[in-house]
Write a protein that binds this ligand. Structure first.
Ligand SMILES: NC(=O)c1ccc[n+]([C@@H]2O[C@H](COP(=O)([O-])OP(=O)(O)OC[C@H]3O[C@@H](n4cnc5c(N)ncnc54)[C@H](OP(=O)(O)O)[C@@H]3O)[C@@H](O)[C@H]2O)c1
Length: 233
């Protein structure tokens, strides 16, 4: 049987690289989708040093650039790759933890939306005919996007992550005829460049739930998870 194929965006560091590592170790062929080919090649080299049996492909994608998304999707199609898993992991946190909606630069909000919300929409649109039946899309969201927990500050990031949750719900309905599931995951507060050194979780824990959804296919679509449990929107 041929290997399952997983595309992971932002696979060159942090949670994305760990998801790629864990899925590669479960015998997936991984498309390391990174902002530049150099970053993808470096990630490939790093992971192959850990295990030369990993099956890895490099792909350039800037999820904030529609032309780059279309180019990447065309590359996938030209190679005849049928996708089993797409992890929309690439993300940014513009501003800082003190950013206030009262006076923040609107450009920060646009920037966050462009990368964290619109990028995944465009990528799914571009790949919609390239998914295998039973495929799983995982949108890496955040508890900071939960309306049930919404609080002040960090408006750009919060709005973009609430946005990606809406994207999950809307696609969940419209992808049913394609046999494709889509869910949001909050990885928790993870020690990465974004999460910082004080974060409470290591990357392996942050990757756990996305990898569970990708490998166990527990039968959900349009849901939001943390630690393999459903959480409120
Ligand atoms: N860490 C946490 O505590 C935490 C908590 C909740 C949710 N999350 C979410 O988890 C995901 C991964 O975060 P992380 O903590 O691993 O962050 P990270 O260490 O800062 O890594 C972010 C990744 O996204 C990539 N990326 C950003 N903008 C991109 C673009 N335009 N095109 C392509 N790649 C781009 C980065 O690539 P470059 O190297 O090229 O910049 C990098 O690979 C994000 O969606 C984040 O919002 C993280």
């Amino acid at each position: 049987m041929s290997k399952k194929i997983a595309i992971v965006t932002g696979a060159n560091r942090g949670i994305g690289k760990e998801i790629a590592r864990q899925l590669a170790s479960k015998d997936f062929k991984i498309v390391l989708a990174c902002r530049t080919l150099e970053k993808a090649n470096q990630a490939k080299e790093d992971l192959l040093k850990e295990n030369s049996n990993y099956d890895l492909l490099e792909l350039e994608i800037n999820v904030a650039d529609i032309n780059s998304i279309h180019k990447a999707a065309n590359t996938i199609k030209k190679q005849g790759l049928k996708i089993d898993v797409l992890v929309n992991n690439a993300g940014i946190f513009p501003g800082n933890y003190n950013s206030s909606i009262i006076n923040c630069d609107i450009g920060e909000i646009k920037e966050a939306l462009n990368t964290n919300t619109l990028g995944p929409i465009s990528l799914i649109q571009s790949l919609v005919d390239s998914f295998n039946k039973g495929a799983e899309i995982i949108n890496i969201s955040s508890g900071m996007g939960q309306l049930s927990e919404m609080n002040g500050h960090c408006p750009a990031y919060r709005i973009s992550k609430t946005g990606i949750n809406a994207v999950t719900k809307i696609f969940a309905e419209e992808l049913r005829p394609y046999g494709v599931s889509i869910n949001s995951v909050c990885p928790g507060w993870v020690k990465t460049d974004m999460g910082g050194a004080n974060a409470t979780r290591v990357v392996s824990k942050g990757a756990e739930t996305p990898v569970w959804l990708a490998t166990e296919n527990p039968g959900y679509t349009g849901s939001f998870f943390r630690d393999k449990e459903l959480i409120e929107w």
